[in-house]
Design a protein around this ligand. Sequence first.
Ligand code: PMP
Length: 391
Amino acid sequence: DREEPNHFGAGPAQLPTPVLQQAAKDLVNYKGIGLGIGEISHRSGDATEVIESTKANLRKLLNVPETHEVFFMQGGGTTGFSSLATNLVAAHVGKTGSAGTAGYLVTGSWSAKALEEAQRLGIESEMLFNAKDYNNGKFGAIPPESAWAEKLKAKDYSYVYLCENETVHGVEWPQLPKALVDSGIEIVADLSSDILSRAIDVSQYGVIMAGAQKNIGLAGLTLYIIKKSILQDISAASLDQLRQLGVPITPIAFEYPTVVKNNSAYNTIPIFTLHIVDLVLRHVLEKGGLAAQEEENDAKSQLLYNVLDKHSDFYKIPVSKDCRSRMNVVFTLKKEGFDKKFLDEAAKRNLTGLKGHRSVGGFRASLYNAVSLDSTKKLVQFVDEFATQNA
Ligand code: PMP
């Protein structure tokens, strides 16, 4: 048991206490079988049931259409964007016979890293825009579509990558860019820090990738939702064809059609970690699904942004209003020398995990699904009082 935390860490993040309590029991003795869920074969009936249940609950929550497949893989966001690059270029080869160019919309450090990785792998790729160029050299804004949408027509793009919520910089796409949706180019999106935070239209995405350790579970597992036609296109590309075109071959454990054909158990899937994801999904369903979750998340982030805006002489939010993240609220103090005091006094009220990312400084309050409205209100009250007392 534990006292309810008020933990605003960016990830690994707080999880619902009832989920952890159930998981703790299941780790020791799953369904009374005398073995823990992590001790059984990943191909056993019980393990298969966990995989099927997690898939079904995810489909239900996100309203995943029949055109898309759900699967899980070891790894995290980084394995996600590496494997996306090689799989999606293979798909383009399978579909068109050529590798094309991968386009990246860079709105913060995670999309920047994803592009860097595609380039490191030797994949023909380019930045469609760097948001820094439109915001005085800093991340914190998303340029208008008019600044870059024309480029989509200029080349044979294999896919366009974006990070829906930039965890470090607190920048979130309010919705998918219309020009990109209309272009018909496959959209590949990193939803590591905003998956299940709101309802989305899955049919608009070619692939969704999300590391589990924020809204859906523990580190070590990544979930994918992929258009079935993309799986067919990957399978259609032969190894010889890829070698001739100089396209990197995906390591077998990360080759999407192979993983899907084996129901996410081509190699040993961390079934305890997946079981926790399933428990989290069931918890969200019980709470009223994504509509209820979205409403709560909107309320939480609005409360916090409102109090920061109220004290705009004291706090600074380095993100434009139109792309402020609902999941990671980033802010700094205008006065120097008060950062430590802020964190110390927050800790005294049991408000933890507020230190900003080392590359940005300041503070970051992550308001993931498991952070309650009540915890958020405690933080809001503290932010308000701290400004009044130290102005
Ligand atoms: N993408 C996003 C949006 C992230 O927030 C993170 C991690 N915080 C990653 C990718 C990388 O995830 P991992 O550490 O699991 O590789």
